[in-house]
Design a protein around this ligand. Sequence first.
Ligand code: SF4
Length: 895
Amino acid sequence: MGKGEAIMAAADTPLLMLNAPLVATRLGYPDLSGLDLLELYAFVYPARFLVPTPKGLAHALGLPEPASEDAVPALLQAAANALLERCEAPDWPEREGAWSALQSLIRMRWPWAGPLTARIARPERAERWLFSRLPEWEDAPERPQPAQVLLYEDEVREQLAALTGEAAEQRPGQRAYAAEAAHAFAPRQREAAPHVLLAQAGTGIGKTLGYLAPASLWAQASGGTVWVSTYTKALQRQLRRESRRVYGGARPDGSQPVVVRKGRENYLCLLNLEDALQGGFGGRAAILAQLVARWAGYTQDGDMIGGDLPGWLGTLFRQRGITSLTDRRGECVYAGCPHYRKCFIERAARASAQADIVIANHALVMVNAARGRDAAQRPTRIVFDEGHHVFEAADSTFAAALTGAETIELRRWVMGPERGSKGRRRGLAARLADLASYDEAGGKAIAAACHAAEALPSDGWLQRLVEGAPSGPLEELLAAVRATVYARDESGGQEAGYGLETEAAQLEGPFVEQAQAAREALAALRQPLIRLGLRLEALLTEPPDWLDGPGRARIDGARHALAWRVDLLAGWEALLDRLGGPADPAFVDWLAVDRSDAREFDIGLHRRWLDPMRPFSQTVLEPAHGVMLTSATLKDGHGGSGGGSGDDGWDAAVARSGAGHIGVSPRLSAFDSPFDYAAQAEVLIVTDVPKGDMPALAAAYARLIEAAGGGALGLFTAIRRLRAVHGRIADRLARAGLPLFAQHVDPIDTGTLVDIFRDDPRASLLGTDALRDGVDVPGHSLRLVVMEQVPWPKPSILHRARRLAGDGAGNGIGRGRGSAHDDRIIRARLAQAFGRLIRSRDDRGHFVVLSSAFPSRLLSAFPAGTPIHRLTLDEALQRVGGRVSADGVAIGNSA
Ligand code: SF4
């Protein structure tokens, strides 16, 4: 049937469907609702993985795969039956809690409640409440400091052989890499001078087990912990799998040798969940809370973002539902929380203190090094995998943003919810209620902070700014920022709908005065917070009678939360202080209005370090003993023709390690990929798709995907063009049985999009930056990568400043520092994107760039020996369609 008929049918009767929001988007009918099988699956099988497609559903339920589109409706019916029948089976492992959850869901009129009622019998004994079912964590004694050990090459090799298994293929590159990685774990010779190792390992070296071999050996011999840090969730998942395989299960004492540790905003906060279950959430969000509660009873570690909570669950409801169940705003009351002893966050923190290997991400490692709650838990041996992203991670970790969204968050953290807002959110006074009532000095400091926080933006600030009626010194400053940014906009409306920015320079007197008034208001808030922090410290040193054990733990938690807000305020003040005066060359400052789809969503001032590796070197490197940065693309270029920066490709990587700031020369090593790129891959530079010609660009994508029969990853540098191409070709490809998915179009999270893509060799996926190096799809599912153009860096103010500074890498030879800087960025992006294509020895594929003027100096981005052709689209289609042999002779019919 046509779209119109389908909409009518769905409006009349609740239909059985799979992923209602996706169906709604495809039909262009946002209000679609019905019996969504994904919701039923989440109820019946909480915490179990599912690729949310008909094929994925069939696999998960042990049903036959649908042979064609026509077979899908019958499959959905069979799947519904299978799921409902499961609830009647006596051996249903997820039975506990189902009946109670269903009673709530019946009251909420969940569409599945009716069909389930007859299937789920009332248990003979009353079910335990979720919060009493969850296990408690246990305190463990503090570990002594790690012993100083030397790792010998033979031991490392033996360990590697043990990890890879006797039958594993011999990989000489991996053995050499593992021996090299061991150097990062040697005893430190000088204070504040860690071993820093930069190791490039081409795809296929097996670097994960390569560094896990010395890391695990060191951890066992020394009794210490190695932090392994990734940038993407995909690698984190892979590491979790590999390291669990290496280590097996828990130790004899029940503790875990490998622990995944994330930022607290990733985990379910049980107190928030309890609040949501007891009326804090209404409508559809209340149903989500019930399904999350089902999951909470069965999850491995409570990780809601990238853990075992299905990534698609949030998008079935509303993403904010998931985020408001985490502890995003730092409102944790620690030992004052009734669920403290069961809290997932506390459990993960304790488990990681006992672990051999902690798997984390770059941001968390940096935040922990900068302001970890427990100094003994700060990472000292760190392997940064995806090391080429450490610079970016440091850039955002050490940034300051004085914006409306940030300041209103702080106001709420201090003052609590505004009138009329729902939920359990509480301000400082409520979180420290005992202090406020029993301790005079503490109480006064809290009251003064609440009073000072009134100067910060409040609900409706953005609207007031747009209407020209700002209230208070901060809103007035933001209004001035907004006015300045629009006044200086050079795009002539071209950039309508996207973010705007201007330098924080040549600002007029009234602007500077407003900035000073705002700075004073921030300082007036910082002072009582400092006083409060000192008071808390004094209470911990000499605890009064009214302060019990849990109270102490709570105050300790509050002290840390306070300390970093004091730092935050100091950073903002420093940023405002310098406006109107001379610029500080260590920083880049600018004003911005953030917009998305023509809607303003944030306004403010931003500050970045010109070289974020400076603070990184002081907070992360200096206290560490051994740090390794590894990646397939650490160096610049592969030493092929025409590129590089004149050195052997290491200069920029060394500068971007931060080691120079603490006077350390890193140890450098590179291991080439064992893959035969000459036989496995081809780079095709298509020269006849004119830049800016949208119909031609879309047609090129459609024809390339058709020629490859799907299995294509399309990479874009602008969301706008991605959407335009998707809009033009999705229907055409669907009719040819070639499903097309896209980031920023389909209401599906990125991780799930990649799962869908991996699972269906005929599917293709369009995306932006996150897909350029977060996708690990070995095999036939990914056989074509198409880049819409040369991935030039976005010409932002920050980029211009770093370009002028030559990135501090000193690699401005010949063509001027700025161009060398840009070239290096582009080569790195090309190398990362190319790296998606060939993931194993058996992979084959084409890498296509649509560019009529692809500079030769960028070609060294590709591994040496990879065949590169400049050709027309028609010629490229012949190659992609397998109609041309490797030596260029047509071997089949022409298109
Ligand atoms: S201890 Fe904090 S994060 Fe954990 S459940 Fe309680 S309030 Fe939430």
